[in-house]
Write a protein that binds this ligand. Structure first.
Ligand code: SAM
Length: 239
């Protein structure tokens, strides 16, 4: 079973949205497990302090290395990847999500205040992961985003496993536009190809739309996609 262990000073935030819908049903049926651990349980002073003033001065507080290390050692002493939610980390990608979903689970360390003492990052081998170039007030919402992205890929969670392979980023492209009934909405019809019943034409239309959207909206993804395509063209045929 895929096991998520979340280290946080706000364990009551969990499961939160992860207890509803797809992830919630999968949690209830035992396809994954969630353990939210209160970092304060590993403080040793009578105030249960998890933070202290920054060395060198400056605003805010920093999470203490010793308290966090004890929490990690007690709650997550196994081989699962240990992620520190951090705006400094590598931005999360669908490729990383796929890899994480194939592990036995992951450990999520949620920062607060100005962040965590640098020494615990190296000492406990934490991989810094960002969910985007903006600053949240804590790592909990970031951890929920990563967990949600992983859980939906676990076998048995999505009704139609193909939907995981056929969506944005799966092959380096954004997803093509989607339509459903009614056939005409405020005078705009569903594109004719999609109701033609010709599967090859539908596939070609979707691929062309996905390429167009990616080119227009995400030049970074488009360049990587083209480079991969060029490499494949140059590679000698198998056999
Ligand atoms: N002082 C830090 C900085 O400038 O990089 C920001 C600290 S932020 C207020 C507190 C915590 O929220 C971080 O330690 C991290 O755990 C989490 N966090 C904030 N933004 C995030 C992001 N974009 N991705 C992942 N975690 C984030």
């Amino acid at each position: 079973m895929w096991r998520a262990t979340v280290l946080t000073i706000f364990p009551d935030m969990f499961p939160g949205p992860l207890g509803l819908s797809l992830a919630g049903r999968a949690l209830a049926s035992g396809l994954w497990s969630l353990d939210a651990v209160d970092i304060r349980n590993f403080a040793t002073d009578r105030h249960r302090s998890v933070d202290d003033t920054p060395a060198g001065g400056g605003p805010g507080m920093v999470m203490k290395a010793d308290v966090l290390a004890r929490a990690i050692d007690a709650a997550a002493a196994d081989h699962r990847p240990r992620l520190l939610m951090s705006p400094r980390g590598l931005p999360l990608t669908q490729a990383r999500v796929v890899a994480l979903s194939r592990e036995d689970g992951a450990v999520f360390v949620c920062g607060r205040f100005e962040g965590v003492d640098e020494r615990v990052i190296a000492a406990r081998g934490l991989e810094e992961v960002s969910i985007g170039d903006y600053v949240l007030s804590g790592g909990e919402i970031a951890a929920m985003a990563v967990i949600d992205a992983c859980v939906r890929l676990l076998p048995g969670v999505m009704g139609d496993q193909a939907s995981g392979a056929d969506e944005s980023f799966a092959d380096g492209l954004l997803e093509y536009p989607q339509y459903t009934r009614p056939q005409t909405f405020e005078g705009v019809p569903v594109p004719e190809t999609l109701v033609s019943g010709d599967h090859a034409k539908v596939a070609a239309w979707r691929r062309a739309e996905a390429e167009k959207l990616t080119r227009e909206r995400r030049p970074d993804l488009w360049a990587a996609y083209q480079a991969r395509r060029d490499r494949r063209k140059k590679a000698p045929p198998d056999g």
